[in-house]
Each structure stands twice: as structure tokens, then as C-alpha cells.
Design a protein around this ligand. Structure first.
Ligand code: GDP
Ligand code: MG
Length: 867
């Protein structure tokens, strides 16, 4: 059989995408709001690859007022699919039939799917399908897309419906008469099955739609009196006549075919009474989102992320419980001896007694470390022996040696005394630390396994560093956050699928309206919690051009999936020291607040001023999502994150590794040569500070200084985050060697915290929060920026948007940092003054009355028609 195309048309929310996904096994976005499917989407029938389904955007009519209507009409009338399935939400039959009357005129074979018949049964309403089908003049089948009822029968009917539908006889006698005469006059100008369609369009004087007919002026002159006659008779314009006739026919149909059960409040309506309540709606939403982020980032998700970071990317783990217990017990017993503390205490006592110089004390310490790695290291052995000989002679005894905890922090406990014999014992004791690899059932972590493998094949230190620090450090740090992201999406997708989020758009409409945006602007923001790219695309449905622009500009300020690791990183730093459970939800609300504040400020400028358009949206019934669609939804988002890790993040990690490991040996004792830093002459621990990345970051550091984040690492991370937001974390992963196994490598969290800790050890929380705020609010990743560029379709507006995001983010970050410095740490400076000036300017713009701008009438309709 030849290839068959079947279009799926219907009102928004009638279940087209659900049906499409069910039929094709693909995982399109099932959403409860208009505009999720703006572009049409096609895929093959899972039962027969010769059939292709085209999921059209949801529309209420085929008279194009919105981009979705244009897409749908062009497809049906110009591309001529082999058949159309008009999906109707039977629980809203009356409204859905309006579109049906138009589709039936479009000269294509049509079958009507009466969807959501499950809900109809629940309500107890009855539809006489046979009678309805007769009135429509095509077959109608009760289906449920969600529960996969009858949908293959629907497709079968569509494939068998070979003759074009002729349209309903929905117009009154005088209109039908006029249409008949028009049909005679235009029948030579189009295909026979389109005569009815075009007759109606000619009658409506839809100039745009009838362009393809190329009517001559004689034809027009002959037709015009026909229309005018009806208009005079009915005392109305032709377009309204057509509309009202359709509605009359629909009322008749409803009366004939539907028996409604007595109305009672459905469960959904009862729930809505509470969650969309004027006063409770917003607090409930805040509470729910708070819980979502709290659970995902701070509790359940963190446990998963910690496990991944500690085990897969840390020391490795055991698959054998007994070994694990044994190892832990041995480690504990070993730890009670405090060998390392004894060594450290004794060496500093020797130094204090003047037995060794500070330099040779340091030499001894590194010799002890070296012996731990390799007990047969002769040179180190000699250093330790010489040292012991010296201390024995001078009779050095260390007293009251401080005991430290696992993290190296001093405790109150002390060891009474350590003499030379005890010291030598301790040196051996250090070497006897239980090693995980010596126990059964040990699985090495990724970096350890890879390092072992690289050692085996004799890889050079540079290659090892590239693979372990660069790639595993970068990509691994991003992958480590998957558990948190997974939990976040499980919760968010549930809220969307069950129907709650569309209520929120409705609740937010009340809030947004106050400052001149409609609830429609909230939908892109909601989608942006997953990814800014579809979020920006979803702004297409906003009719008002100014609001559309503004929403495209602001929507990416909502934390997307890729930004969650950044939030989690701060959480990791703060959670150790204090109760920082509020941090993760706070960044979500920071995003919303930033959008609202920006919107209020921008609305008071001329390019954005104007009243919001009314927001009309259907609220679908609440229902428990099917596990399959729920999972598909979650997987779609998580998998794109994984894909990104394997591509963009991978590449960026390699670049960051290169830039941070190559540079000029400009340190004391260096010869200024360019090359791989650790191998250049006289390279020390700080060689990274001479890398290309340090040079770039340092040069741009002045921009970030007022944010308290002028470390070159912070600058470099912010820049690479513009490519993909995950890069912020992966850059730290590479720089702080998450992949590095050696014991004194800085972990991601401590490395991050170190950037904001000053010489006296104070952690500048304000600088850290300001830095993160900046990275949340500034220009999004390349992909989202590209989408904004396409959406704006104007480079001036695009650059304005990017500049606004960056400047706004910078100012917010700066204010957070400066206020914290002033109020918590008591530091005052020039930037404190500037911060207050910015704050005052923002408050002024927020609270001053809206200036009067001359009314310029929005010409959206005409613009669209010209497009
Ligand atoms: P679209 O806008 O036409 O693409 O509609 P969607 O496929 O996004 O569906 C809108 C909502 O209706 C979703 O929450 C679906 O889960 C729900 N839905 C779709 N089909 C059915 C059905 O047969 N029964 C019920 N109860 N819900 C359905
Ligand atoms: Mg859809």
C-alpha cells in the first residue's frame, strides 16, 4: 500500500498528543496548555510503517488568527493529507464541534474520534454516537487516547474513509442558497472537493484564504451582491452569519444527540475550589514548589547524588556486605591510633625544638606520605631515618598532640606524648591503613579503574590528566547530579501530567495580570523548568507581540534542569555548616521574582507598555498520569541531559582542561616557556595559576570583583556556562580534579567553597549566593540563546535580551554580595554605595506610576496575515 498521511486535528487539550504518542510510540510533550504543540510533528504508525501521523497544533477554529491556526489550516487545505482524524473531547462536545464543522468542509476524508469517553461514562452523560455520526456525515467512534480504547479502530476507519467529507448542512436556507450560487461561480477555480470550503471562505470575505482562487474582478462583482443580499436580510455581516449558523446547528445537534446526567460537583471541581482559590491558590503553589525542590535537591536526590559522587566517582564501593563491614571495622580500629596526627605532632615538635628547619620538616612530611604510597621508596626511607636519628639524640617528645577528625578539623582530644619510637611506629602505622582494594567484592570507582587501566597501558602523565581530570572530572561531575535531577523531574512531571500545573497558570494569571502580563506568559516559564529551549518556543502562542518578546527574554531566568547542579553545589557547601534547607527552593523563587521584577520594570518602558490580553484556558480534569507517559516525560528530560554530557560537556571539559593545564612558566624559577604546565621547569602546586585559563579569567576578573567572585576559576566557569549551564559545575570538576584520586585533592565542594573563602578563613556566603544568582539569571546556554534569536527574529531585540539578562543578573549578584558584606561582615566600600544606588533605581522603577504612552494599536492580526 502506498504511503498514507493522516492528520490529527482538534481543540487544545482534546488529547491529540496523547493519541499521537499512543499510535506512534513517540514521546511528544503531553501538556495541559495551549501552544505546547506549535509546530506540527509527524511519526509513523507503530502497527504499519506505511502510515504517517501528523500531530497538528490544538486550535479552536480554522479561521487563522493565531500561528497555530495557520499551521493547521495550511496543512489541511494545502498539503492535503489522505485523511483527517478530528479528535473531539466529548466532555466539551459543544465547543469542539465548532472546529469539526469547519474541518468537515475542507474536502478531506474525515473521521471523528470522540475522545475521553472514559470521563463521559464517569459523569453519566450519554452521547448518541450513531445520530451524531449521521449529522456530521462521517463516522464517529468513541475512544480514549489515555486508556488506549478503540484507537486502532479509529485508525482503521480513517484509512478506509476514502471519500472527502462533504461538510455538515449547518447553514440556514438563505445562506445555503448563496453558497450554492457562489459554488457555481468558482467551481472552475479549484479542485471539486474544495468548492464547499472556498464557497464559505468567499462568503466570509476571507481575503487571505481565497487568494489561491485568483478570482477575477468580474467573478467578484458577480458574487458580492449575493453576499450583500444575505447580509441585508439578516442584518449582520457575513462572517458573523456563518459563525452564528454554525452555533445554531451545534445547539440542535447537542439537543438531539446528548443526554446529560444531572450535574453534580466532580472531584476535579472540588479540588479546584481549593487550589485555585483566590487566597489559597498562591500559597499552595509556593508550598508545593518548595517541597518539590526541597525533596529533590536537599533530601532524597542528595542521597542519590552523594552515593554516585562518593562511590562511582570517589573511592569505589563494595558489592559484598561482609567485606564492607570488615573494612569499616578495620578502618575504625586503625583510625583510633591516630597515626597521622602523631606524625604531624611529632614533626612540628621537632621543628619547634629547633632539631630541623621548617624546610626539612616539610621534606619529612612528604617522605612519610611517599612511604605510604610505596614502602620501598629508598630515598624517603633514608630521610625519615635521618630525621629519627636526630630527634632521638635531641630527645624530642611531643606532648598534648591534637587529634583531628576525618575531615582534618582539630578536636578537643589530645595524645599525651609521642617520642621517637612512637613516631617510627606511627610512620609504619600510616602505611598500614586498610585499603579497600584488599577486600573481596570491591569495585573501584570510575577514576580509579581508569587510572589503573591507563597505568597498565603506560599512558603518559599528561594523557592521564586529560582523561582523569579533564574528561572524567568534567563529565563525571555533571553526571553525578543525575539522581537529583531525576527526582526533580519525577515530581515536576507528575504535577504537569495530573493537571495541577495548568491550574497554576490560571492562578498565576491573577498575579501576572497585576503587572501587565497574562497567565500565558507563565506557561513558557513552567516549561523552562525542564529546558529553556522549548520554554522560549512556547512563547509563540502569546498573541501580543510585546508580551511575547518580553516573555522570551525573561523565561530562561527560571532554573532549568542544567542549572540544578549549580544549586546543588551551593547546597553541598552550606548544608555541612548550617541549616541551609531553604537554599534550593529559594533559587526557584528567585527566578520567578526576577521575572516579575523585570516585567514590572520593563512594562513601564515604551517598548513593552500595554494591557495584557485575556487569558482563556481549559482546565482538564485531574487524573493520575499513566506510568508510561510519566516515565517517558521524565526520561525525555533526563536523557537530553545525559546526551549533552556526552557531547557538549565532554568537548567543553577537554577545552577547559587544555586551557587550565597549558600556559607559560612565569613563576619564580620558571623559564617563561609555553607548554603543559606540570612538566615545565620548576612547576609547583600553584602552576595552574599560570594557565591560559587563569590569564583569561584574571583579565576579566574586574567584572566579577563587585560580586566577590574574581577568582579566575569562577570567571572561567561562568564563561563556559554560557555554552551549557552544566559547564559551570564541570569546569570546577576539571579544575579541582574530581577525578583525581590522591588524598589531598580538593573535592568539588571544598574547591568551590575555597573560592569564596578569604585569607582569614571566612566563607563569604553572600559572594557565593551572588555568584550563583548571576549564573542563574544571566544569558542562558547557546542553545537557548539561539532559540531566543530565532524567536525574536531581529538581531537588535536579541542583543537587547542578552544584554538585559547579563546586566540584570550581574546587578542582582552584586547587590546580594554587597548587602551580605555590609550587614553580615560589616564591610563598606564604593561598591556598597553603588549597590544601594542600583537598589534605589530598581525600587524607583518598580513603584513609580506607569507613564502614559500614546496608544499604538496592536496590529497583530494584519501582521499575521501578511506573514
Ligand atoms: P493535546 O493538547 O490535544 O495534544 O492534548 P494532550 O494529549 O496534551 O492531552 C491533554 C490532557 O488530556 C492530558 O492531561 C491527557 O492525559 C488527557 N487525556 C488525553 N486523552 C484522554 C482520555 O482519553 N481520557 C482522559 N481521562 N484523559 C485524557
Ligand atoms: Mg499537544
Amino acid at each position: 500500500m502506498a504511503e498514507t498521511f493522516i492528520g490529527l486535528a482538534g481543540n487544545p487539550n482534546c488529547g491529540k498528543t496523547t493519541l499521537f504518542n499512543e499510535l506512534t510510540g513517540s514521546n511528544g510533550y503531553v501538556g495541559n496548555w495551549p501552544g505546547v504543540t506549535v509546530e506540527k510533528k509527524q511519526a509513523k504508525y507503530r502497527a504499519d510503517k506505511d502510515v504517517t501521523f501528523v500531530d497538528l497544533p490544538g486550535i479552536y477554529s480554522l479561521s487563522p488568527y493565531t500561528p497555530e491556526e495557520i499551521v493547521s489550516r495550511d496543512y489541511i487545505v494545502n498539503e492535503r493529507p489522505d485523511a483527517i482524524i478530528d479528535l473531539i473531547d466529548v466532555t466539551n462536545l459543544e465547543r469542539n464541534l465548532y472546529l469539526a464543522t469547519q474541518i468537515l468542509e475542507a474536502g478531506r476524508p474525515v473521521v471523528v474520534g470522540l475522545n475521553m469517553c472514559d470521563l463521559l461514562k464517569e459523569r453519566g452523560d450519554k452521547v448518541d454516537v450513531a445520530k451524531l455520526s449521521e449529522r456530521l456525515g462521517c463516522s464517529a467512534i468513541e475512544v480514549s487516547a489515555l486508556h488506549n480504547t478503540n484507537i486502532d479502530a479509529l485508525v482503521k476507519a480513517a484509512r478506509e474513509a476514502m471519500t472527502p467529507a462533504t461538510g455538515t448542512k449547518c447553514f440556514s436556507a438563505e445562506v445555503e442558497e448563496a453558497l450554492g450560487k457562489i459554488a457555481e461561480k468558482i467551481s472552475g477555480n479549484c479542485a471539486p472537493e474544495l468548492v464547499r470550503w472556498y464557497s464559505v471562505k468567499v462568503f466570509e470575505r476571507d481575503a487571505e484564504a481565497i487568494k489561491p482562487l485568483n478570482l477575477t474582478s468580474e467573478q467578484n462583482a458577480a458574487i458580492e451582491p449575493l453576499i450583500e443580499a444575505v447580509e441585508t436580510a439578516r442584518d449582520d455581516d457575513s462572517e458573523s452569519i456563518i459563525t452564528s449558523d454554525r452555533y445554531d446547528w451545534i445547539s440542535e445537534t447537542m439537543a438531539e444527540c446528548v443526554v446529560k446526567a444531572p450535574k453534580k460537583l466532580t472531584t476535579s471541581e472540588k479540588i479546584d475550589k481549593v487550589v485555585t482559590n483566590r487566597f489559597l491558590g498562591l500559597p499552595i503553589f509556593v508550598l508545593i514548589m518548595f517541597l518539590v525542590y526541597y525533596i529533590a535537591i536537599s533530601t532524597v536526590g542528595t542521597a542519590g547524588t552523594d552515593w554516585v559522587n562518593d562511590n562511582l566517582f570517589g573511592d569505589g564501593f563494595f558489592v559484598n556486605g561482609a567485606s564492607q563491614e570488615q573494612y569499616e571495622a578495620d578502618t575504625e580500629t586503625w583510625g583510633e591510633n591516630h597515626y597521622a596526627d602523631q606524625v604531624a605532632g611529632f614533626v612540628s615538635a621537632a621543628e619547634a625544638d629547633g632539631v630541623v628547619t621548617a624546610d626539612s620538616a616539610a621534606e619529612v612530611t612528604s617522605a612519610v606520605d611517599a612511604l605510604k604510597e610505596d614502602p620501598d621508596d629508598v630515598v624517603s626511607g633514608v630521610i625519615v631515618e635521618d630525621f629519627a636519628a636526630g630527634t632521638a639524640k635531641a630527645n624530642v617528645v611531643a606532648t598534648d598532640v591534637t587529634i583531628t577528625d576525618e575531615d582534618g578539623n582539630p578536636t578537643d582530644e589530645t595524645i599525651d606524648s609521642v617520642d621517637t619510637t612512637a613516631f617510627l611506629n606511627a610512620v609504619e602505622g600510616v602505611q598500614s591503613e586498610p585499603a579497600m582494594a584488599d577486600y573481596d567484592g570491591y569495585v573501584p570507582s570510575v577514576p580509579i579503574a581508569v587510572e589503573g587501566w591507563l597505568d597498565n597501558i603506560g599512558a603518559s602523565p599528561m594523557v592521564k590528566s586529560l582523561v582523569i581530570d579533564g574528561v572524567i572530572g568534567g563529565v563525571g561531575s555533571v553526571l553525578g547530579f543525575i539522581p537529583q535531577m531525576f527526582v526533580l523531574f519525577v515530581l515536576l512531571c507528575f504535577l504537569e501530567d495530573c493537571g495541577y500545573m495548568s491550574r497554576v497558570a490560571f492562578v498565576m494569571d491573577r498575579v501576572f495580570r497585576r503587572f501587565g502580563l497574562s497567565g500565558k506568559s507563565f506557561i513558557p516559564m513552567l516549561i523552562s523548568t525542564g529546558c529553556g529551549v522549548p520554554g522560549v518556543l512556547a512563547t509563540k502562542t502569546i498573541e501580543n507581540e510585546k508580551d511575547r518578546r518580553m516573555t522570551a527574554m525573561l523565561t530562561t531566568m527560571i532554573p532549568c534542569g542544567a542549572k540544578t547542579p549549580i544549586i546543588a553545589l551551593v547546597m553541598g557547601v552550606l548544608i555541612g555548616g548550617s541549616d541551609a534547607w531553604w537554599v534550593a527552593p529559594m533559587f526557584y523563587f528567585l527566578g520567578i521574582a526576577a521575572i516579575i521584577i523585570s516585567a514590572i520594570m520593563l512594562k513601564k518602558t515604551k517598548p513593552f507598555a500595554g494591557e495584557p490580553t485575556p487569558f482563556v484556558m481549559e482546565l482538564p480534569n485531574y487524573h493520575f498520569p499513566t506510568l508510561k507517559s510519566w516515565w517517558l516525560h521524565v526520561w525525555e528530560r533526563v536523557s537530553s541531559y545525559i546526551k549533552k554530557a556526552a557531547t557538549i560537556i565532554f568537548a567543553a571539559s577537554v577545552v577547559v582542561w587544555f586551557l587550565s593545564n597549558f600556559g607559560f612558566a612565569n613563576w619564580d624559577g620558571g623559564n617563561g616557556a609555553f607548554g603543559y604546565l606540570p612538566e615545565l621547569e620548576g612547576a609547583g602546586d600553584e602552576a595552574n595559576n599560570y594557565s591560559l585559563l587563569a590569564i583569561i579569567g584574571g583579565a576579566l576578573g574586574f567584572i566579577f570583583a563587585p560580586l566577590g567572585a574574581d577568582h579566575w576559576q569562577a570567571v572561567a566557569a561562568s564563561i563556559s556556562a554560557l555554552i551549557a549551564k552544566e559547564n559551570l559545575v564541570s569546569t570546577f570538576g576539571t579544575l579541582y580534579g574530581l577525578g583525581e584520586v590522591s588524598e589531598n585533592s580538593l573535592s568539588l565542594w571544598t574547591g568551590f567553597a575555597a573560592m569564596f573563602t578569604d585569607a582569614s578563613g571566612v566563607l563569604h556566603v553572600g559572594a557565593m549566593l551572588g555568584f550563583v544568582a548571576f549564573n542563574m539569571l544571566d544569558a542562558p546556554c547557546f542553545a537557548a540563546m539561539g532559540t531566543i534569536r530565532r524567536q525574536m527574529d531581529d538581531s537588535k531585540w536579541f542583543w537587547f535580551a542578552i544584554a538585559y539578562q547579563c546586566v540584570f543578573g550581574w546587578i542582582v549578584g552584586m547587590i546580594i554580595n554587597q548587602l551580605w558584606e555590609l550587614f553580615v561582615l560589616g564591610n563598606f566600600g564604593v561598591w556598597t554605595v553603588i549597590a544601594f544606588a542600583c537598589l534605589a533605581a530598581m525600587l524607583f522603577q518598580l513603584f513609580r506610576p506607569t507613564p502614559k504612552f500614546e496608544e499604538t494599536k496592536a496590529k497583530i492580526l494584519t501582521d499575521l496575515n501578511q506573514a
